[in-house]
Design a protein around this ligand. Structure first.
Ligand SMILES: Cc1ncc(COP(=O)(O)O)c(C=O)c1O
Length: 505
């Protein structure tokens, strides 16, 4: 009998191996190579349904639309799955708009976001019938002009930037102690609230524009329900103010953006904040140890540093259902209290990380286990991936759960840095517990479905890895691995250098 232990909806361990759906991850690496991103189709479908079902009961009288942030994963196959599920899309660029339309997202379910939109993008939006989410003060005039030229009426809404003076906890987007309200203020997106009353009045006079709603994306500054309650209260106050400033204007749609945490929540857990503690503790120690002989100093530090062994986050973020209750429920309650009619209003949500995150894992092979014992003991698990393939996580100091996919029953044996193959320090998972690993072992990093593959780079001329889609026991490549030829495809040797070559020949 195989021992079968569930990790979550799509991951399990069976007889010492990690499975995603019914695929053995070790066999996937043997067949498709490594490193490798793997996405679970069933999990992606489940997640989008779950978001819709979690928010709908708390938004009575109106409908709920899920517009996943395509930036988190714009692989066409994943997008096609979401289109089949009836999801819309939050778009930020020309390329993302292309991906959404190519993957069958209905234009009326697309929001095109982003500041500094150029005329060609605006024209493309109007021609394809998507809504434009306005970020700049001069954008409505441009859209109105282009719409007039095309003989169309453009649907727009304002991306707004309310003030949240009560959000006084530190934001997770910064490693310094910056409060969330300041974090929201210094973020470039959104039209500052001070300009909105006048801008709205102007727009309501523009013949080729239809102001259908408002958009606000706070982002994942904090995983808590407290944060969502505060965001929605502040947003509701602004909506009510604008409705009254615009002569009783009634929104048809209200978008609350994304920013819901992945349940295992790797965001900002790598621990520079923890490093502050480490630094305050270890720096005086280091100064004191300088008085000792180097050998003794290194030996002591070699013992002290592993005491800060890191473990993946054990404090789970709220569930999608809790987010639905708190975000939709608070917004609905506050708008009703402030006299804004929500009957028939569509609530839109744009989850990115929380929708795609747990659908994906990243698999890498161990190249070797490297050790030094002197002068300072340290261990490394060298892998064939790099944090340059996981760049989205690097920017956010993510510390992901990990499992040695062919040793799921093995006990931890060493403390080591799990590192990548680039020439940087490439400490993907620093100072973690590892079993007795051998070359060829497979390490799986969890919650890699959002932002990682799409922000991978080619540092060290490394070809980017493939992505595989699994469904049950079927697996197929949905983005192939790059070849060396791909890596150098954009390079051009100028004519005069080619001439030098010819002259020398
Ligand atoms: C407008 C907008 N919506 C949604 C998202 C998705 O955010 P998250 O991945 O935190 O859910 C983003 C992310 O930057 C965004 O800018």
């Amino acid at each position: 009998m195989t021992q079968h232990t569930k990790i979550d909806d799509c991951l399990s361990t069976r007889s010492g191996h990690l499975f995603i759906e019914d695929c053995d991850t070790v066999e996937l690496v043997a067949k498709f190579g490594s490193p490798l991103f793997v996405i679970s189709e069933t999990q992606l479908r489940r997640n989008v349904r779950r978001f819709r079902e979690a928010f709908t009961p708390h938004w009575p009288g109106g409908s709920v639309e899920v517009l996943p942030a395509i930036k988190a994963n714009w692989i066409l196959a994943t997008r096609k799955i979401l289109s089949e599920e009836g999801a819309g899309a939050d778009i930020y660029s020309y390329g993302e708009l292309h991906a959404a339309l190519a993957a069958g997202v209905k234009p009326e379910m697309i929001s095109v976001n982003g500041g500094g939109k150029q005329e060609d993008l605006v024209e493309q939006c109007i021609r394809s019938g998507v809504r434009i989410t306005v970020e700049d003060l001069d954008e409505p005039e441009l859209i109105n002009r282009v719409a007039q030229r095309l003989g169309r009426k453009a649907k727009i809404r304002f991306r707004v930037k309310p003030n949240f003076p009560d959000l006084q906890k530190p934001t997770d987007f910064s490693q310094e102690k910056v409060t969330i309200d300041i974090g929201i203020q210094v973020y470039k997106s959104g039209i500052p609230a001070q300009y909105l009353p006048e801008l709205g009045q102007q727009v309501l006079q523009m013949p080729n524009l239809e102001l259908v709603g408002l958009h606000f994306h706070g982002g994942r500054h904090h995983p808590s329900l407290w944060y969502w309650r505060s965001l929605m209260k502040g947003y509701a106050v602004l909506i009510a103010r604008l409705s009254s400033a615009w002569g009783g204007w009634q929104p048809r749609e209200i978008d609350i953006g994304g920013g819901f945490a992945i349940h295992r929540d790797p965001h900002n857990k790598l621990g520079l904040r923890q490093n502050v503690v480490e630094t305050w503790l270890t720096w005086p120690l280091v100064q004191f140890l300088r008085l000792l002989k180097p050998d003794l100093r290194y030996r002591i530090m070699g013992k002290v540093l592993p005491l800060f062994t890191k473990a993946p986050n054990r404090k789970m973020a709220p569930s999608v259902e809790e987010y639905g209750r708190e975000a939709a429920g608070t917004l609905h309650r506050e708008l009703t209290r402030l006299g804004v009619n929500t009957r028939g209003v569509t609530l839109q949500i744009e989850p990115g990380r929380c929708l795609y995150g747990n659908t994906g894992i990243h698999l890498a092979r161990v190249k070797k286990f490297k050790q030094q014992t002197k002068p300072m003991p340290w261990n490394w698990v060298l892998t064939d991936t790099t944090y340059f393939f996981l760049a989205g996580g690097m920017y956010e100091y993510q510390f992901n759960h990990y499992i040695f996919a062919n040793r799921t029953d093995d006990k931890p044996r060493f403390v080591a840095d799990i590192v990548g193959q680039s020439c940087y320090a490439d400490r993907i998972l620093p100072i973690v517990q590892v079993p007795d690993v051998k070359p060829g072992d497979v390490v799986a990093m969890l919650d890699m479905g959002a932002y990682q593959e799409v922000s991978a780079s080619n540092f060290n001329a490394l070809p980017r890895p493939a992505t595989l889609l699994v469904n049950g026991d079927s697996a197929e490549i949905i983005r192939r691995a790059e070849t060396l030829e791909d890596v150098f495809r954009r390079d051009v040797i100028p004519r005069w250098l080619r001439d030098h070559e010819e002259a020398a020949a």
